[in-house]
Design a protein around this ligand. Structure first.
Ligand SMILES: [Zn+2]
Length: 317
């Protein structure tokens, strides 16, 4: 089965990881190649002539034109951190190869750092994933369902509107035969206005949206998107329906993946980031061996994400 090919594919093993990204020098070569593929470019004057030196085992550059000094990691997500690059890479490796969500507590233990340090590192990397997925659009056959975090994820339609749950929509692009391809998750209320916003940002015509009978999904009509409602009666009937097999499978996996993190500090506030991480990993699941490199390159090219930005970055959707 296709699902098994994904689950049993060869990932990036720990020995392979340490063989390619385990040392400071190896990580520096990688970050440098991603950050400045054409060679050093001064962040201030864009000049290329420079000298290099080390301070506290960190690689620095000095522009020969304007004398500006910067470290290899300044201006990247790795900035403002005392953590050496191999610790960042190990965190990225753990976060991208684990089947389920890796908690900040696990990262703290694996990296030998404090909990606040692990938490911040994790959220910075999750934000990189969110940013990489922000333009994701689904097309063709798309199954959609409303769900909640922090409680039963599916099969509990009677719980719609419960104040203790975090509402989100899950949309899965499938093949014509219903096989999952790509996914979009979005924390939002189940109103027509909200679903219209979601459709504008995350669906691209031609698309057929397959949903249950929940009224808010009719909002996509008139937007160039076909709507195919299947009134299932809700609850277990909806979960078992072959029309929603892909989205229900995904929702089950999300529930398993995030089950251990609901109690995490600030989970409610940062739920959009946990969802973004799940979406990022799902949409890259066909090539597990490549994910570390893709995430590390994105982190090398993304701007800094200081603590106040991590704490302030509430869901904008
Ligand atoms: Zn310069």
């Amino acid at each position: 089965m296709a699902q098994n090919r994904v689950q049993y594919q060869r990932g990036l093993s720990m020995p392979e990881f340490f063989g390619t990204s385990g040392s400071v020098e190896q990580c520096e070569v990688l970050v440098r190649s991603w950050r400045w593929p054409e060679g050093f470019s001064c962040p201030r004057c864009q000049g290329g002539w420079h000298s290099e030196f080390r301070r506290q085992d960190r690689l620095y550059f000095q522009c020969s034109g304007c004398r500006y000094q910067c470290s290899l990691v300044s201006g990247t997500v790795f900035e403002s951190s005392k953590l050496p690059l191999p610790s960042w890479f190990l965190a990225m490796h753990l976060m991208t190869q684990a089947k389920n969500n890796v908690s900040a507590l696990e990262l703290k233990r694996h990296l030998g750092v404090s909990y606040p340090t692990a938490w911040l590192l994790k959220h910075k990397l999750m934000q990189v994933m969110v940013d990489r997925e922000q333009w994701r659009q689904l097309t063709g056959r798309v199954e959609i369902d409303d769900a909640y975090l922090g409680g039963e994820v599916h099969g509990a339609k009677a719980g719609r509107g419960s104040p203790n749950k975090i509402p989100f929509v899950a949309a899965v692009q499938t093949t014509e035969s219903g096989k999952a391809i790509l996914m979009c998750l979005s924390q939002r209320p189940f109103t027509k206005e909200s679903i219209r916003e979601f459709a504008q940002s995350s669906l691209a015509a031609p698309a057929t949206l397959v949903s249950d009978g929940l009224g808010c999904f009719t909002a996509v009509r008139g937007m160039g998107i076909l709507h195919e409602p299947h009134v299932t009666g809700g609850g277990a009937a909806s979960v078992k329906s072959p029309d929603f097999l892909a989205v229900n499978t995904v929702l089950g996996n999300i529930k398993t993946s995030l089950a251990g993190t609901y109690h995490a500090f600030g989970f409610r506030k940062y739920a959009h980031r946990y969802l973004g991480q799940v979406q990022y990993l799902f949409n890259r699941r066909f090539d597990l061996r490549a994910i570390l490199g893709r995430l590390a390159r994105a982190a090398s090219q993304a701007g800094p994400c200081p603590l106040h930005a991590v704490r302030a970055a509430e869901s904008s959707s």
